[in-house]
Design a protein around this ligand. Structure first.
Ligand SMILES: [Zn+2]
Length: 329
């Protein structure tokens, strides 16, 4: 078992940690300045003489290894140096109020940018820890939050965590997850401002709540552009429902319905995918086809009745000409 569901356990011996003593308030971000894999770092934590460790190590391939339980204090954030962030309390063991995360960087000056996989893994791990421990999901202050090792030790650890992408982390946490960036749409969209994009190919605009849904849909690496395709309409009001609109895309229909008046798929937010087999989300061409089928069925029935009538008339005539029948007077 790991505290973070996606982590691989490689725990250091419990003689190397502060057992059941951690009451985390801050997350401390580190980079390894050496090493090539998360497992390599975990092995180092298990055996080094100084009892150095962090709770997690995030590899360049996105692997997350857990080395210390979150309820225990790790050994990476021991001592404050002169010039440390003013909000950090002196005179206590900071390992008992922090959860620490290492990021593998082979460069001794921590100058290697995080890989995409590493960045995703790191951001998701941080968001998960914040949510589970009630740690403020923003830059740390006296109330807690996320900080860099250099804020504890500005002299000896000035380059830890080096070029960690702080601004991207803050944007990720503010947005509540990863979102499709306009620059990643490969020219299919232009940004009109005010949270509205226009599709350069179909000309339709996607905005506000539906755009937020579109930019998040699929999470992580794949978004609405991948799953829903391009817009095939603008927002269209759903008749009979105040403030509810839907929008057609190549591969799905999105409804903006914060009050869940039209539908309430389990776990859905204010926007969700609509039923395609019925209701306003159904392609209007299907209704036309269904109407045509009904008309044709009626025509078939009418023709069948005419055929039956003709048959009865023919039978009656044959009966009349039969020798065994009584002659018609
Ligand atoms: Zn560090």
């Amino acid at each position: 078992m790991t505290d973070y569901a996606e982590a691989i356990p490689m725990y250091v011996d419990r003689s190397r940690v502060f057992i059941d003593a951690n009451n985390p308030k801050w997350i401390v971000i580190h980079k390894t300045a050496g090493f090539h894999t998360a497992q390599e770092v975990a092995n180092y934590f298990a055996t080094n003489a100084e009892m150095t460790s962090t709770h997690y190590v995030v590899g360049q391939d996105g692997t997350v290894v857990q080395c210390v339980r979150e309820q225990d204090g790790a050994g990476g954030n021991c001592c404050l140096e002169q010039g440390h962030a003013a909000f950090l309390p002196e005179g206590i063991n900071l390992n008992l109020v922090t959860i620490s995360i290492e990021h593998v960087d082979p460069a001794l000056d921590n100058s290697t940018p995080l890989t995409d996989a590493q960045k995703r893994a790191s951001f998701r791990l941080i968001a998960d820890i914040c949510a589970r421990h009630g740690i403020p999901a923003r830059h740390g202050d006296a109330n807690g939050g996320i900080i860099g090792h250099f804020e504890l030790d500005p002299i000896s650890r000035a380059r830890c965590p080096g070029n960690y992408p702080w601004n991207e982390l803050w944007a990720f946490l503010e947005q509540g997850g990863f979102m499709l960036d306009i620059t990643a749409t490969r020219g299919y969209f232009t940004d009109l401002g005010n949270n509205v994009w226009r599709c350069t190919k179909t000309g339709y605009v996607v905005g506000h709540g539906i755009l937020d849904f579109y930019r998040r849909y699929g999470g992580d690496a794949l978004y609405g552009l991948t799953y829903l395709g391009l817009p095939l309409s603008n927002e269209t009001a759903v008749t009979g429902y105040q403030g509810v609109v839907f929008q057609r895309f190549e591969r799905g229909v999105v409804c903006w319905d914060p009050g869940h008046q039209v539908d309430n798929p389990p776990g859905s937010g204010p926007a969700y995918l609509m039923h395609l087999d019925r209701g306003p989300g159904q392609d209007p061409r299907i209704a036309t086809l269904q109407q045509q089928v009904t008309t044709l069925q009626q025509q078939v029935n009418t023709l069948k009745q005419e055929v039956d009538t003709l048959k009865q008339e023919l039978d009656a005539q044959e009966l009349g000409s039969s020798p065994s029948a009584k002659p018609v007077s």
